[in-house]
Design a protein around this ligand. Structure first.
Ligand code: GLV
Length: 325
């Protein structure tokens, strides 16, 4: 029996990649940068399955070029790179990797929160550059974390995990979402508030909303103007949820205290971007789920989703079960 034809758009951790290689006729893109669109389209023409990253756009044009395609498995929980309705129309299954990266992502969000509050990178740079001459009474003063208020925008899996960490640090928790979270309220004493209240009252605002037309520039100049001067913004969601230019202006004018960003718009954020000139902007290159264990589990999950879809079964993490042929 011929094995299904599969394209994997980047080298992944072995735990998932070996499964795919063992059970399919797979080609793996070997380079660091994503395959160019023309390569992806060419692959799509031949593929029964694709294992993609969030940098690979899977839209109607690509799906129309792919007569044999049964399943596209994303190596990510976010899937704003997918046109799910277009795939459903064409009976192509789409999957993601929810759950396994929740705690690892929340760990990074909390790391950014602490690093910004206590000016960790600034302190390291200061010491390393030879500026540390004595103990300074007012040297690198930051914000307290304990007793402060965390505002969680989007109390899904990762937002809730972030709130749990905050609770452990004795923080008060506010959240804003379209839905009430009984767990957050009962377990953590979190209080549901409007977006305006969240922004006005929080010392830390952490973003955990998916990128949709409604959440594009969720934090814009007007939103930033309503935040506290000591406020710290954390974004581990998606870059375009924040208006980058407005954030730059707000940080430069010290209208808010700092921002910690795992995601940016554009992404990657080019080295010459003005945000890097600011001491109160901390940027890391979209690494929230990047622990050895979590990335291995994500690879395995994406492989299992892909293989199930290829076998005509419902993948464990299917975004559009109604597309099952
Ligand atoms: C990473 O951003 C993901 O969505 O998994």
């Amino acid at each position: 029996m011929t094995k299904p034809r599969v394209f994997v758009t980047r080298i992944l951790p072995d735990r998932g990649l070996q499964k795919v290689l063992a059970q399919t006729d797979a080609t793996v893109w070997q380079e660091e940068l994503p395959p160019p669109r023309a390569v992806l389209l060419d692959w799509a023409r031949q593929a029964d399955g694709l294992l993609t990253l969030l940098t690979d756009k899977i839209d109607a044009e690509l799906l129309d070029a792919a007569p044999h395609l049964k399943v596209v498995a994303n190596f990510a929980v976010g899937f704003d790179n997918f046109d799910v309705p277009a795939a459903t129309q064409r009976r192509v299954l789409m999957t993601n990797t929810p759950g396994v990266l929740t705690d690892t992502t929340a760990d990074l969000a909390f790391t950014l929160l602490m690093a910004c509050a206590r000016r960790i990178v600034e302190g390291h740079t200061y010491a390393k550059n030879g500026h540390w001459r004595t103990w300074g009474p007012m040297l690198l003063m930051g914000q307290d974390i304990h007793g402060a208020t965390l505002g969680v925008a989007g109390i899904g899996r990762i937002g809730l995990a972030m709130a749990r960490r905050a609770r452990g640090f004795g923080m008060r928790i506010l959240y804003h979402d379209a839905f009430r979270s009984e767990v957050a309220e009962q377990e953590l004493g979190a209080v549901a508030v409007s977006k305006a209240e969240l922004l006005a009252q929080s010392d830390f605002v952490s973003l955990h909303v998916p990128l949709t037309p409604e959440t594009y520039h969720y934090i814009d100049a007007a939103a930033l103007r309503t935040m506290k001067p000591n406020a710290i913004l954390i974004n581990t969601a998606r870059g375009p949820v924040v208006d980058t230019l407005a954030l730059y202006e707000a940080l430069k004018a010290q209208q808010i205290f700092a921002a910690g960003l795992d995601v940016t718009d554009p992404e990657p954020l080019p080295a010459e971007h003005p945000l890097y000139t600011l001491d109160n902007a901390l940027v890391v290159p979209h690494i929230a789920s990047a622990s050895f264990e979590t990335r291995s589990r994500m690879a395995e999950m994406a492989a299992d989703n892909l293989l199930a879809g290829l076998a005509g079964q419902l993948p464990p993490n299917c975004l559009n079960p109604e597309a099952l042929r």
